[in-house]
Design a protein around this ligand. Sequence first.
Ligand code: 13P
Length: 265
Amino acid sequence: MRKPLIAGNWKMNTDGAGATALARSISEQSPGYGAVDLLVCPPLCYLKTVSSVLAGGTVMCGAQNMYWEKNGAFTGEVSAAMLLDCGATFVILGHSERRHLMGETDEMVNKKTLAAHAAGLTPIVCVGELLAEREAGKTAEVIRRQSEGSLAGLSEELMAATVIAYEPVWAIGTGKVATPQQAEEVHADLRKLIASRYNAETAERVRILYGGSVKPDNAAELLGQANVDGALVGGASLKADDFLAIAAAGTLLAPDDTKRPAGGT
Ligand code: 13P
């Protein structure tokens, strides 16, 4: 059974005091949410502070980016080992803001994905189409290209341990959420792609999150889709109550039999 993962991407928001308070508030309330995995991804400079606040609890900490080399002359970059050292166990890779604002390619995301796994970090690899691509009927093609390129060269075990986030670019920060049917269609396609490249069992193990204007009032319907295994939450993850309300929607749905691998009990 895939345990739902509710991840907060704080992006370049909050400050030191705010990050500490937000992490503390989520951590204090987290015992009621054991049916889902909870993850927060603060800005890099607050990673260590946030991971210390979360220490001893169940809320996990992740980073929003990393570089693929282990060390060396890469001014301004950080390695996977450095993130682990600061308390991260997950890293978001290939977010659309990095792809479209910073020029990250599938090849770069792939190098980062392999390096994250090699160091023992769990990558959350993001894919998603632009509005123009959706309107041109190219969603499936874009998702295939991004996922094949970004996830190349993974063993079966590492593929199963990778988290994918489908984030349609037109739904990020816009308040325009994908319908549960639109999300489910892409998630099911992604799982089929993995099944065809690996096998059904591996595909059933991969957690695929939806991201893009997830809010407390739309979370239950999105998370209720058979192939939606959690959420990558931006704006709403900056308020502990909203983030936990989304987690609550995942908690209610966690025992759902539809999330069990085919043939599972
Ligand atoms: P919003 O939830 O603010 O739309 O952001 C989604 C996102 O980009 C998460 O990575």
